[in-house]
Design a binder for this molecule. Sequence first.
Ligand code: SF4
Ligand code: MG
Length: 330
Amino acid sequence: ERRIIEVNDLKVGFDIKGNFYNAVDGVSFTIDRGEVMGIVGESGCGKSVLSMSLMKLLPEKISRISGGEIIYKGENIEGKSEQEINKFRGKEISMIFQEPMTSLNPVFTIGNQLIEMIQLHLKLDKQQARERAIELLRQVGIPRAEKIVDEYPHQLSGGMRQRVMIALAISCMPSLLIADEPTTALDVTVQAQILELLKDVQTKTEMSIIFISHDLGVISEVCDTVAVMYAGRIIEKAKVSEVFKNPKHPYTQLLLKSIPKLDEEVERLETIKGIVPSITELRTDGCRFAERCPFAMDHCYTTTPKASEFEDGHVAYCHLYNDVKEEVVK
Ligand code: SF4
Ligand code: MG
């Protein structure tokens, strides 16, 4: 089947001091086989909550999906039992994070962690799984794989650990890989190598990727399409090239301006004044970017902008375009 995942009007929230707040508030998107979709936004915009909810990784005591649905290969994941989800993680969807040290177990060797994962999902004996582990380490560019396989995570550099995480994530050939800021903790050279590796793995395996980052520059290196998130909502979606050439939403335009240029000291998102509102103070009506938007109009504070469609699947949610028929926006 062509469609890997379909997310419809998804709402995910948390109980905070007796009240319920949605951190993800009505998000919809689809991903096809082999598609690499970026999700970009500042920290606190809901992008990690969104990705964790796709794998049902959020703590059930304090959080829940409060609306919408997640359809994975035609099946709603909502009804799946804990046991089914455990089988599903790693085999169908797997995830890599910013800091591999927290997802690698410090007391087991690299090899044992890979072997455990492989044996959980594939019918291989220990020796075969070990050979597969070494082969995977080679595949992710780890030198002397037959030696590294018996080492512990702390014996490796940050970049090597992230390679190990990628090996773990792809060990059972998932259809979808979720990469949440996978290169943010790494220095620029290593970051470029890891992005290169992800692209390489993606081409060879045809897996789909959701690539989460606060950095549009990084997104542009690896993604075909991008969804820009702000305060729990997607505010613009398009092909990456289209977003760079023709950003529609004022927030996207500011994000583009804040991409650090080579040889220039990083200013990043500080160039957008103000901060993302915390989830306890999100407005339900109106545009959540209004307080920070240089173009805000009165009705931006009271009426939620609807989707305006442009060429080639490009969509933006902003009042500057909502009245496009009357006002003739170029
Ligand atoms: Fe700015 Fe209004 Fe568009 Fe929101 S809807 S981004 S406040 S112009
Ligand atoms: Mg995050």
